[in-house]
Design a protein around this ligand. Structure first.
Ligand code: HEC
Length: 173
């Protein structure tokens, strides 16, 4: 009896902790928002901005390659969206194709002109996250073609982890 209860008891505590954590995160972000909306004059906005600490590293990229980066990013977002739909349809082969053409290694050869490559202006660690994204996408394509949905979802998480890692660490504006 006790034995049967203890695993579910553990799960329950785990769940409770999870929800407590979610609640804490939610209330902090709601508080921050409420604070940001507190006043609506320009002055208020400026002072709010200076009080919110941004820990991301600023990376200066010239306008043209930065625009190219932005376009790439929108493509990535659209690719993820398309992949989501194929995953929901359990159409792993199509999901693989999108990952490969949308953000796989093949993308790296897209820019002929060295000076226009955004990666050139990134610090080494940032560029490595970029490589990781392309590697994750290629790996995703490979795993998806093997047909196991759960493994494919794990590979998908590796892709989105690269998006998160870069965005949480760097800003260009
Ligand atoms: C190596 C770093 C890096 C990785 C990896 C990365 N991004 Fe970005 N992303 C950036 C930077 C830097 C910007 C800001 C560009 C700018 O100056 O506007 C950006 C901007 C964006 C934008 C906003 C574009 C706009 O319209 O201004 C979107 C959307 C985006 N990224 C999506 C993604 C997605 C989805 C992924 C993963 C599939 C991803 N990014 C992976 C660095 C990265």
């Amino acid at each position: 009896m006790n034995k049967a209860q203890s695993p579910s008891g553990t799960v329950c505590t785990g769940k409770k902790l999870f929800w407590l954590l979610m609640l804490a995160i939610l209330s902090v972000s709601l508080a921050a928002r409420g604070y940001a909306r507190g006043g609506n004059s320009d002055e208020d906005e400026e002072s709010t901005e200076s009080q919110v600490t941004d820990f991301r590293t600023f990376v200066e990229i010239p306008d043209k390659p930065r625009k190219i980066l932005q376009e790439d990013m929108l493509d990535h977002l659209a690719a993820l969206n398309e992949i989501n739909r194929y995953l929901a349809d359990n159409n792993l082969a199509s999901a693989a194709d999108v990952a490969e053409s949308g953000m796989g290694r093949s993308l790296l050869s897209k820019y002929q002109n060295e000076g226009m490559r955004p990666g050139r202006y990134m610090p080494k660690e940032m560029r490595e996250i970029g490589y990781e994204l392309h590697a994750a996408a290629s790996q995703f394509a490979k795993v998806a073609r093997q047909g196991n949905l759960q493994e494919t979802l794990h590979a998908y998480h590796r892709i989105t982890s690269a998006c998160v890692a870069c965005h949480y660490s760097y800003r260009t504006r």
